[in-house]
Design a protein around this ligand. Structure first.
Ligand SMILES: [Zn+2]
Length: 352
């Protein structure tokens, strides 16, 4: 219920640009969830975080087991779930799947971008649609910050049909990302390092969760004329660029080993396809293997088109939870045969 409430709140913010207020403007499901959480906190004799949506939104970026509520700690099925992506202000994959398990119809913003892109490539000749989808999505993933000149060059090389859609994937660099009038690129994912007060991050901090999880900040180049550059939309940073780090790593490693690998084949039937329909690999970075298992049990979409279907999880998941793959395998109850690997093991398995 809490996941559903948060999804509705975030959807409202992204549609109306409004701020969250603790009043009757809160979605009813969020108010009911807060009331339940409040009762739980009072029963368990801990701080009543259900009394304020702001307290909950502050906690939502942490694993639920560290919220300070005993019921969410030891043994709680979803203790490893983080509900919100703090720096980008969007609900996580886990949150949206929990909301769906609770019966919500979620119109995720990244599905919207995916649908817009699929619609835009329909105006290409049929034989070019799949490769156009791949090229445009790969552009955003590899170049989350791009100069206007580079963007125009890309569009002029055969993508005039989708010019409006491509421009819509990017926005101006926000003032908040600037420090002393310049912006700085993240040296790992290519997005931006945002200025923060924390002295531990003198060059700023990346907003892409998967990038931060990979290790220390890597300062990239300085962009001294930020008004001439564009930044990918927040939802795309969360849902294309973040997961894209591992997708591109996997694809590039397989290409370097001589494999016939394609990113986002057939307009995203899988993240990586090998030898046409022989192998489909989908990278998933859910915090909870149980929530991911439930998501996959609900259906695997067009991944079923491939002879072998492989769910790939980032290697750091195993550092956080060594049982991640076992838990995931146990939680998957679907009928379609799936294999489960980490990025490194997928490169070993298919890179020969
Ligand atoms: Zn980064």
């Amino acid at each position: 219920m809490l996941a559903r409430g948060l999804c509705e709140i975030y959807e409202r913010i992204s549609n109306d640009g409004g701020s969250v207020q603790q009043d009757s403007s809160l979605p009813p499901i969020a108010r009911r969830a807060l009331a339940r959480l409040s009762r739980l906190c009072v029963d368990e004799g801990v701080e009543d975080i259900g009394s304020s949506i702001h307290l909950v939104m502050g906690r939502a970026t942490l694993p639920m087991r560290s919220w300070g509520v005993p019921s969410f700690a030891d043994g709680f099925r979803y203790g490893d779930v983080e509900l919100a992506d703090g720096s980008l202000g969007v609900p996580t994959d886990d949150c949206r799947e929990l909301a769906r398990m609770g019966g919500s119809e979620i119109n995720a913003e990244e599905d919207l971008h995916h649908e817009q892109l699929r619609a835009a490539v329909q105006s290409y000749p049929a034989s070019q649609r799949a490769s156009a989808y791949t090229a445009i999505r790969e552009l955003v993933v590899r170049r989350p910050v791009i100069s206007q000149n580079e963007l125009h060059d890309f569009i002029s090389r055969g993508h005039a049909h989708a010019a409006r859609t491509i421009h819509g994937l990017y926005r101006s660099i926000p003032q908040g990302a600037l420090s002393g009038g310049v912006a700085r690129r993240c040296g790992r994912c290519g997005a931006l390092l945002w200025p923060v007060r924390d002295p531990a991050f003198p060059d700023g901090r990346c907003q892409v969760r998967q990038c931060v999880l990979e290790g220390e900040t890597v300062p990239g180049e300085v962009i001294d004329q930020p008004s001439l550059s564009r930044l990918a939309n927040a939802a795309l940073l969360a849902f294309w660029v973040g997961p894209g780090l591992d997708e591109v790593r996997l694809h590039d490693a397989l290409i370097a080993r001589g494999r016939n690998s394609v990113l986002y084949p057939m307009a995203d039937a899988a993240d990586v396809g090998l030898d046409a329909l022989s192998v489909g690999l989908d990278v998933k970075s859910y915090a909870s293997p149980l929530v991911l298992g439930a998501r996959l049990s609900r259906g695997i979409g067009r991944l079923s088109l491939f002879g072998r279907r492989v769910i790939v999880v980032p290697d750091y998941k195993l550092r956080i939870n060594p049982r991640y793959i076992d838990d995931l395998r146990g939680a998957y109850t679907g009928d379609e045969a799936l294999e489960f690997m980490t990025v490194a093991s997928a490169i070993r398995a298919f890179g020969v």
